[in-house]
Design a binder for this molecule. Structure first.
Ligand SMILES: NC(=O)C1=CN([C@@H]2O[C@H](COP(=O)(O)OP(=O)(O)OC[C@H]3O[C@@H](n4cnc5c(N)ncnc54)[C@H](OP(=O)(O)O)[C@@H]3O)[C@@H](O)[C@H]2O)C=CC1
Ligand SMILES: CC(=O)N[C@@H](CCC(=O)OP(=O)(O)O)C(=O)O
Length: 312
């Protein structure tokens, strides 16, 4: 039997890539609205009610409206790619590998919020280490990140491609980026991190980096212990990989690389072990959005967790 899946926002950047990943699967039957109907609320409501699973690839306000369109008597399952429900206690956070039990929680959930692209890198690095007591909850963590411009959807794509000459765009200079609440909550931190995101002149791809002055903060756990804890935590995953062996001399994002739906984590200490760079590389449209939505869909419809995904 196939699951009926409606992508609300299927003409957008994330929605198009989800449809591509679902492709010709015979366990999924896509409900498609015509271009004339895709923003018609009656048509959307009908599609949501007809669907077993609705995947929301919409701005936050439209995502909230979509959830309210569901029929309580015939409950549709939801995967929301927006920021709207990521710290809502009635929603399950859709990052299966982050904690023991999270995959089962997603399998059994009606409402699943896809993690933000930046939080996927941040939490993938830090949540297992904080949980294991190897990094403290009360540090003022710093996060630097760069994203390909598809991370800002159609509007930012048009902006970068029409301007043509923007090499780097730092933003969130007033602090308060919309991803901070989910970073703090799901890592279990006492303070929100200081977050410096930037967009670069590449279509897709993302690097998220946390810098930890272990010596200055008198943290006794070692980079090797942290590396080993991450290796052990992600041992069963084909999507989240921890770099083993010597650190590469450089980490590259290549223009024209379509990426994959995985994420690679690096633990890069200084020679004396007193300073540490924790680095995650991922595709903002892969594990950061569309790939994660398909992974969550797989779990919610009882398919293989990796079905339709591009493994690293
Ligand atoms: N791009 C990324 O890397 C990531 C995106 N996300 C999140 O996913 C969501 C979608 O983002 P993205 O695909 O990038 O954005 P886009 O702007 O590319 O796509 C959004 C789509 O939603 C449509 N839309 C807007 N309002 C409505 C409405 N009321 N009813 C129906 N359709 C509507 C838009 O229509 P139209 O085409 O007419 O504008 C557009 O097709 C956002 O919440 C974003 O924050 C999350 C992680 C990463
Ligand atoms: C490059 C860029 O502009 N990125 C977006 C976040 C994209 C994303 O992840 O959206 P969600 O909030 O739905 O997760 C931003 O920083 O606002």
């Amino acid at each position: 039997m196939s699951a009926k899946v409606f992508i609300d926002g299927a003409a957008g950047t994330t929605g198009i890539e989800i449809a591509e990943r679902l492709g010709e699967r015979d366990d999924v039957q896509l409900i498609i609205l015509s271009d004339d109907d895709r923003k018609n609320d009656d048509a959307r409501r009908g599609a949501i009610i007809a669907a077993d699973v609705a995947i929301l690839c919409l701005p936050d306000a439209a995502a909230k409206e979509a959830v309210a369109m569901a029929d309580a008597q015939n409950p549709t399952k939801f995967i929301d790619a927006s920021t709207a429900h990521r710290i809502d206690p009635n929603w399950t956070y859709g990052f299966a590998e982050m904690r023991m039990g999270q995959q089962q929680a997603i399998e059994n959930a009606q409402f699943v919020s896809n993690p933000g692209c930046y939080p996927t890198g941040f939490l993938g690095l830090i949540a297992p280490l904080v949980d294991a007591g190897l990094l403290p909850k009360n540090l003022p963590y710093n996060v630097n990140a760069v994203s390909g411009y598809s991370g800002g959807g159609k509007e930012l794509i048009a902006h970068f491609e029409s301007a043509g000459n923007i090499a780097f765009r730092g933003y969130a200079l007033a602090h308060g980026h919309k991803h901070l609440p989910e970073m703090q909550l799901h890592a279990g931190l006492n303070h929100a991190p200081i977050f410096a995101p930037a967009v670069i002149n590449a279509y897709r791809g993302m690097v998220v980096e946390i810098m930890v002055p272990l010596g200055a903060f008198n943290i006794k756990s070692t980079p090797q212990e942290m590396h080993d804890a991450l290796v052990s935590h992600y041992a069963g995953s084909k999507l989240v990989n921890v770099h083993e062996g010597d650190m590469p001399s450089e980490i590259l994002l290549l223009n024209g690389d379509d990426g994959n739906d995985g994420m690679t984590l690096y633990v890069a200490p200084s020679a004396d072990g007193a300073q540490l760079r924790l680095i995650a590389t991922l595709d903002n449209l892969g594990k950061g959005a569309s790939g994660a939505a398909v992974q969550n869909l797989n779990l919610m419809i009882g398919a293989n967790i990796y079905e339709g995904l591009r493994l690293a």
